[in-house]
Design a protein around this ligand. Sequence first.
Ligand code: ZN
Length: 81
Amino acid sequence: MKLKQIFATLGIVVTLSGAGATVTPVVTAQAKSYVVIAPRYGKKSHHSRHCRGLNAAKSTKRVSWKWAKHHNRPLCHWCYR
Ligand SMILES: [Zn+2]
């Protein structure tokens, strides 16, 4: 009986976090070893090349998170808000 309740609670938690899946927390960004940048467009580093901030960018490049930090490319506010 109790186990069932726990699973029910877990289900709610998964549903809630699933709803926020498009908003990636900064913690994940730092755990991830790379970010996506657009060398000719903008100066932000993105979580994904499918970010809306990269819509207008013709080409994207994957660089390490450390590289982005070192080259002063702040995290995109769409990806990491
Ligand atoms: Zn972005």
